[in-house]
Write a protein that binds this ligand. Structure first.
Ligand SMILES: [Ca+2]
Ligand SMILES: [Ca+2]
Ligand SMILES: [Ca+2]
Length: 250
């Protein structure tokens, strides 16, 4: 999980190179992020049953070719290159995680227009440290379709780890519960989460799993399509993101 040289050029399989670092191995399987066919899950055998370049543990359709890793950032090279980091708080890198201090924050990155595939699977793993004292709602989300002019996007994320509730919003209009109870004080969560948004034209699915816990799913039918910006969003929490992975599918 060490980093050395930051690579800004296009790397392997056409995925964009923002934050891809030579010598950085997010999942510790001995294969660098830039060439690993499943950079967030240890798969030293690199088994790819359908030969499309996406390893079986990461492949949304492991027996049907056509999937493609668009973007992977393991945050191993300092503040991620090419990202737009916004909000009143602070983004910083600790170890090889992208941390954000409490506040209402977005971190977004563009991906190439030629990757506007019918379906995007956007996955992030993060450590959730605590809520902000006095906040009455919070969220930690992956986002798609981010519009900088109005700071809105489609989002999937955890909203209450104690109950593993999963919320999603579309362009600021809440379609599922996103509010936690009115916490009287900072609340230490200390949990590890993996969240995936599956975004198809006209449909949005959210899944999330906490280490040792269960996976839940919330279907939705948002009217919007991606703007070409994907990323991460935090409201009223302290979080360390391990990576962002985007896979395009036919
Ligand atoms: Ca690896
Ligand atoms: Ca791997
Ligand atoms: Ca595959």
């Amino acid at each position: 999980m060490r980093s050395s040289v930051l690579v800004l050029a296009l790397v392997g399989c056409g995925r964009i190179g923002f934050g891809v670092v030579v010598g950085h191995d997010e999942d510790g399987d001995g294969i660098d992020d830039g060439t690993d066919n499943c950079p967030n899950i240890a798969n030293p055998d690199q088994l790819d049953s359908d030969g499309d370049g996406v390893g079986d543990p990461c492949d949304p359709h492991p027996t049907t070719p056509g999937d493609h890793i668009v973007l992977f950032d393991g945050f191993g090279g300092g503040l991620p290159t090419g990202w737009l980091l916004q909000g009143a708080g602070t983004w910083r890198v600790e170890g090889d995680d992208l941390h954000v201090e409490p506040g209402d924050q977005e971190a977004t990155v563009a991906y190439p227009p030629d990757n506007f595939a019918p379906t995007l699977s956007i996955t992030s793993a993060h450590h959730f440290y605590k809520l902000t004292a006095g906040a009455n709602s919070y969220s930690i989300s992956v986002i798609d379709g981010f519009d900088p002019s109005v700071l809105e996007s489609e989002k999937c994320g955890e909203t209450d780890p104690s109950r593993l509730a999963i919320g999603h919003e579309v362009n600021g209009s809440t379609h599922e519960s996103v509010n936690s109870p009115d916490w009287p004080d900072a609340f230490v969560v200390d949990g590890e989460f993996v969240t995936t948004m599956t975004h198809t034209i006209g449909a949005l699915g959210c899944t999330s799993a906490v280490t040792g816990g269960s996976t839940m799913s919330v279907p939705a039918t948002p009217p919007y399509r991606t703007s070409g910006l994907v990323g991460l969003r935090v409201r009223a929490a302290t979080v360390g993101f391990h990576y962002l992975l985007v896979i395009a599918s036919p």
